[in-house]
Design a protein around this ligand. Structure first.
Ligand SMILES: Cc1cc2nc3c(=O)[nH]c(=O)nc-3n(C[C@H](O)[C@H](O)[C@H](O)COP(=O)(O)OP(=O)(O)OC[C@H]3O[C@@H](n4cnc5c(N)ncnc54)[C@H](O)[C@@H]3O)c2cc1C
Ligand code: SF4
Length: 326
């Protein structure tokens, strides 16, 4: 049986208190929301924070506001609450499709949108128990010095694997970050860095308090996910798509890949191909073909990386056809 290491536990009752404790305890302490990622990681000794600050008693973080001007989702709102919200399904179907495919129903009751947005990057050589990793002398992401995926690589290539992220970026999400020093907002896509270890631009002392979505008026959205088991599995390729049509033509479109790099990847060329055009089979085929180039998965998740690259165009085409159907 894998046991948790020893740690000190605080249950903060307000955002201000959580930010204060974090500032006092320093960068090695960790926030925890649902704990469905942090606690298994601690059992495997991938993360060993001496202090854990729980957010689950902070009521303000579980609130949601959904209206014609968009949505504000508290970071500790459960995935199940988003999945079962009809207003969310109507306005942001791509996000709800993504959330409904995260892990399993019991884990979606515990897991939160904030924890998903901040999910650790994944790799076959890292998501193993301590003894397994010790047997290969660990790796650069934790306790070692070499990357077993690309031994010459100066950086870790662990993979962005959170389902909600490509869907949220396609929907133009922003995030609110709060620390003892103040607060700031930034577009969600600016929260990520293409580095498997330092994959967030967020400072360790910053608490994610809200995910903000602008009005979905006139927008359509979809999500597609490649995984081995339909019941539950992390994505090894995912596509978040959103578009606003004027008449028959695409006025705005955003396409985002997940599971192929350490950060989510905007498909700028595919988007460019579609602007001003009807979403017909020809335009979809061109945009899908343009997606294959930037998709460069590494050999560190399930399935062959060459096959995942090949599947990119098909998944992008499928996500675009879903947008066409509305
Ligand atoms: C068997 C299994 C299958 C899974 N399958 C999937 C899957 O298919 N797709 C997927 O995307 N995920 C999957 N997950 C991962 C996880 O369940 C989800 O990503 C979930 O949304 C994480 O949310 P949480 O609240 O439990 O995060 P936590 O474990 O509480 O936190 C995750 C990380 O975010 C930090 N954190 C959390 N909230 C905040 C905040 N508000 N501010 C600052 N830092 C914060 C924590 O310190 C930690 O580093 C799976 C997990 C398991 C165990
Ligand atoms: S990509 Fe390399 S350094 Fe990163 S977790 Fe995998 S083996 Fe370790």
């Amino acid at each position: 049986m894998m046991r948790l290491p020893r740690f000190r536990y605080y249950a903060a009752s307000s955002v201000r208190e959580a930010a204060r404790i974090k500032a006092e305890e320093g960068p090695d302490s960790a926030f925890v929301a649902g704990g469905t990622d942090l606690y298994p990681n601690m059992k495997r000794r991938q993360q060993t924070p001496p202090v854990v600050i729980s957010l689950s008693r902070i009521r303000a973080l579980s609130r949601r506001r959904i209206g014609s001007d968009g949505a504000a989702l508290g970071a500790a709102l459960s995935l199940a609450a988003i999945e079962s919200d009809r207003r969310m399904r109507r306005a942001f179907p791509g996000l709800v499709e993504a959330v409904a495919q995260i892990s399993t129903p019991p884990l979606r009751n515990m897991g939160t949108i904030g924890g998903n947005v901040l999910l650790d990057t994944r790799c076959n050589y890292y998501d193993q128990n301590h003894e397994w990793r010790q047997a290969i002398d660990f790796c650069m992401k934790k306790d070692g010095s070499v990357c077993w995926v690309a031994p010459g690589s100066p950086r870790c290539l662990a993979v962005q694997s959170a389902d909600s992220v490509p869907a949220l970026i396609a929907l133009r999400a922003r995030v609110r970050l709060v620390s003892a020093e103040g607060e700031r907002q930034l577009p969600l896509e600016e929260l990520y860095r293409n580095d498997g270890i330092h994959y967030l631009t967020k400072r360790p002392d910053e608490l994610l308090t809200e995910v903000l979505l602008p009005s979905a008026d006139g927008w359509r959205s979809s999500y597609r996910k490649l995984r081995r088991r339909g019941a539950f599995d992390f994505p090894v390729l995912s596509v978040g798509a959103a578009a606003r049509l004027e008449g028959d033509s695409v006025a705005e479109v955003r396409l985002v890949l997940g599971g192929v790099a350490s950060a989510p990847l905007r498909l700028a060329r595919s988007e460019e191909t579609l602007r001003g055009r009807r979403l017909d089979d020809g335009a979809i085929a061109e945009a899908a073909a343009a997606a294959a180039g930037p998709s460069r998965p590494m050999d560190n998740t399930d399935f062959s990386f060459l096959w995942r690259k090949e599947m990119t165009s098909r998944f992008v085409a499928d996500a675009l056809r879903a947008l066409r159907r509305g």
